[in-house]
Design a protein around this ligand. Structure first.
Ligand SMILES: [Fe+2]
Ligand SMILES: [Fe+2]
Length: 367
């Protein structure tokens, strides 16, 4: 038996090309929203036909998403063969896209989708990870071409990851990401998920959660210029190879500075995520007082992510082992103990019985 539709299909169309559309399609009521007003919060199903290049229109959908119910579904109309449009739509949380211009057939497709029972579930972690990985591929390609990085896409991807971690827990996020094979994207998504969990766990405000999450997504962007033969090397790096790896924070920072629209706190975190409080880090060997809070937090998220990674040549550390390594680094004066204690709490990890793993620890940390 077909599941009963629970709601009206609401259509937001800002298009001047919109022709006649019926107020009922396939027995479902269609309600047209006033494009001059914000989208009401109590809508279950929204079909948005907006200009995805217009920040005001995009903000309207974002604002709606922020207040919408968890089961709310958004469908977005996109231009045919426009990859960027498709990507933006999924970054905005669209369940499905339909082609512009909006037509009765387009409405019917949406309704058909809604009649398939599994469409009512919220996106799985896997779906969000696939979307995030697609976004990261796009971002890394932009960086490799020296094109401006799509900061809106970073913001949207960060928001989705934060939501997923909040809904499903960081452990599910980590388990699902670790199945993902591309090592740099896996690392970035692990670090970002951990950063979200940390930020939410210690009760950071929304603005700081967003900054930390975006810093997580961008922190290793400079690795697009590090040769894959070095990034994927299984053994210890030579001194020369490590000198090349050490360029990535500055390379990423310079790329982001050039485009002029990245928050200074995020820039600082990207540049200094390999600095240690005892001055032994790179690229600037900063002293403790020169390292900001957000950078200190990103650094421990980065280390944690690197330890938890699954690689062909490396068994992932358990959460408890990774926390033990962070405590050892706090003892060595490299990272802030209070932040490690907070991280242990975020992972519900009893601090008293932690044991270090036996293998060579610091070689498994971030490069
Ligand atoms: Fe890095
Ligand atoms: Fe990293």
């Amino acid at each position: 038996m077909e599941p009963k539709l629970r709601t009206t299909l609401h259509v937001l169309s800002e298009s001047s090309q919109i022709g006649y559309l019926p107020t009922s399609v396939m027995g479902v009521d269609v309600c047209f929203l006033d494009p001059g007003k914000p989208v009401p919060a109590d809508i279950d199903l929204l079909l948005a036909d907006i200009d995805l290049k217009n920040p005001h229109s995009v903000d309207k959908i974002r604002a709606f998403r922020n207040v919408a119910q968890q089961h709310t579904q958004i469908f977005i109309a996109v231009n045919k063969n426009d990859r960027q449009n498709q990507r933006q739509a999924s970054a905005l949380g669209a369940k499905k896209t339909i082609l512009k211009p909006l037509s009765e057939i387009g409405l019917a497709i949406v309704i058909e989708e809604l009649r398939t029972p599994h469409r009512f579930v919220t996106p799985s972690t896997t779906t969000i990870i696939e979307t995030a990985a697609r976004a990261m591929r796009e971002i890394f390609e932009q960086a490799a071409q020296q094109e401006p990085i799509d900061i809106d896409l970073i913001g949207e991807t960060g928001r989705q990851i934060a939501e997923s971690v909040a809904d499903l827990g960081v452990l599910e996020w980590l388990d699902t990401v670790r199945v993902y094979h591309h090592s740099t994207f896996q690392h970035v998504l692990l670090v970002t998920g951990i950063a979200c969990a940390f930020a939410q766990g210690v009760g950071m405000n929304i603005e700081d959660v967003a900054k930390l999450t975006q810093a997580g997504l961008l922190h290793d962007i400079g690795k697009v210029w590090t040769p894959a033969s070095i990034l994927d090397k299984t053994g210890k790096l030579t001194r020369e190879e490590f000198d090349i790896v050490k360029r990535h924070p500055k390379d990423g920072y310079l790329q982001l500075v050039r485009q002029g629209n990245v928050h200074p706190d995020i820039l600082d975190a990207v540049l200094h995520h390999h600095e240690y409080l005892d001055g032994s880090g790179y690229p600037d060997a900063l002293a403790a007082h020169e390292i900001t809070d957000i950078t200190r937090i990103l650094t421990i998220c980065d280390i944690m992510g690197a330890l938890l990674e699954r690689r062909a040549y490396k068994k992932p550390f358990t959460v408890r082992e990774a926390i033990a390594v962070l405590f050892k680094m706090a003892d060595q004066g490299k990272v802030e103990r209070a932040l490690v204690v907070a991280m242990a709490k975020v992972f519900d990890c009893a601090v008293t019985s932690l044991r270090l793993p036996e293998n060579d620890l610091l070689d498994s940390g971030p490069r």
